[in-house]
Design a protein around this ligand. Structure first.
Ligand SMILES: [Zn+2]
Length: 412
């Protein structure tokens, strides 16, 4: 809007209220060298909430076509924990789609939007689903699950439907919060789905983000942060409703949301229960967000103070791994090569590059765990701290760990 007002992406006619400026932030693209680093674009990352539906959103979202261009690949199959998560999800979906006693068994059709490396589709194919992925950067999966390489939209949904039947299951894991045009996306989901079909999505859960101070989860690639309240408001105009919602541990607190056409599925008690919890938090009022913003500002000072204190005697700090969520934390706290010697990684896609915005060199994990190792390792993937600590100990790191969030602390 030219007058500086940002309207809610769901409600369309309600002005969003800004509560947290996180400064200029780059995309999660890792510069290959100094020249690329100097020309790296950045955009303001400011969060606001909608006083009607509680949707938290980036005030000025950057187009997904800019953000997900080039070499951006999350690669779902990369971590063992996430693969187990997908396997368990596939089991659950297979159970939900099991034939009723006495009825003819038939193959169910599942479409995954944002299918990434096809890990989940391969799992579903093994459980007798017919599968199709839609992902502009979709990789060929080991199981050979087919993929349409397009950004999902209502138009792409119609193209897909001209070649195939409506889907029993439409999936979107950590995708539905990223897309630029949410309403067009939901139109597409709606047209792709059979009358009794279900749309299963997983997204980060706003109340978890607020409670555990996960401002590092805010980055340009995530333009919205959902509560159940916000999801219900988004689905309603498309004739869809949430019929079940499960809280899951992914990314430090997420929800798995089951939606279908209104009245097509029995509504599970989890929906009313979670909605009651959210009403108590008053997510459409400003107080909860103002409190969060104050804690975030205080956190920056405390983390910088702790690192100053630790390095006061000449000790060195390096960071362990460079997840997308580290970009906001490092940039917001102004932590660069002066504070952090290097970031260790095992991904060949990142080694040899620089961290977005802060330009800390990314090197092989051997340097963190070898003979010249630093005294402290900052855990940027702090939401899986335990798993990382045991892995780095096994690799030979003998120093102490700094966990940045929710409270900056040192673990020996
Ligand atoms: Zn709204």
């Amino acid at each position: 809007m030219s007058d500086g007002t940002t309207l809610c992406q769901t409600c369309k006619d309600v002005a969003v209220s800004e509560f947290l400026p996180l400064g200029m932030q780059p995309a999660c693209l890792f510069p290959e060298n100094e020249t690329q680093a100097e020309n790296e674009p950045a955009w303001p990352l400011d969060l606001g909430f909608c006083p009607r539906c509680s949707l938290v959103q980036i005030m000025e979202p950057v187009s997904e076509r800019i953000l997900f261009s080039g070499d951006y690949h999350h690669l779902a199959g990369l971590t063992g924990g996430y693969r187990l998560h997908l396997r368990a999800l596939a089991d659950e979906l297979a159970q939900l789609h099991a034939p009723h006693p006495g009825s003819e068994p038939r193959r169910h059709f599942a479409v995954e939007i944002g299918s990434n490396d096809g890990s989940l589709l391969d799992e579903l194919a093994e459980r007798d689903f017919t599968v199709l992925g839609i992902d502009p950067n979709g990789a060929d999966s080991p199981g050979g699950s087919p993929v349409v390489r397009e950004y999902f939209s209502s138009e792409v949904a119609s193209q897909v439907l001209s070649d195939t039947r409506p889907a029993d299951l439409v999936l979107a894991l950590n995708t539905f919060a990223h897309v630029t045009n949410m309403h067009d996306f939901l139109d597409g989901v709606r047209s792709l789905m059979s009358d009794h079909g279900m749309f299963v999505s997983e997204s980060h859960y706003l109340p978890d983000l607020l409670e555990t101070l996960q401002y590092d989860f805010a980055y340009h690639e995530h333009s919205r942060y959902y509560s159940l309240t916000a999801l219900q408001a988004a689905f309603e105009p498309h004739g869809l409703e949430v019929f079940r919602i499960d809280r899951i541990a992914t990314h430090g607190g997420s929800v798995r949301v089951y939606a279908g056409f209104k009245g097509a599925h029995e509504v599970h008690e989890s929906v009313a229960a979670l909605r009651d919890d959210e009403d108590r938090l008053e997510l459409t009022g400003g107080a909860v967000y103002q409190k969060f913003a104050a804690r975030v500002q205080e956190h920056r000072e405390r983390l910088r103070g702790l690192l100053d204190e630790l390095t006061g005697d000449g000790s060195r700090v390096a960071a362990a791994s460079s997840p997308a969520r580290a970009v906001t934390l490092l940039n917001y706290c102004s932590l660069g090569p002066a504070e952090i010697d290097f970031i260790s990684e095992i991904s060949p896609r990142k080694i040899g590059r620089l961290s977005p915005g802060t330009h800390i060199p990314i090197v092989h994990q051997d340097r963190l765990c070898g003979p010249e190792q630093p005294e402290y390792a900052l855990l940027l993937s702090w939401h899986i701290a335990e798993e990382l600590i045991s892995r780095l100990r096994e690799e030979g790191f003998t120093g102490k760990f700094v966990v940045p969030l929710p409270e900056p602390r040192v673990i020996s």
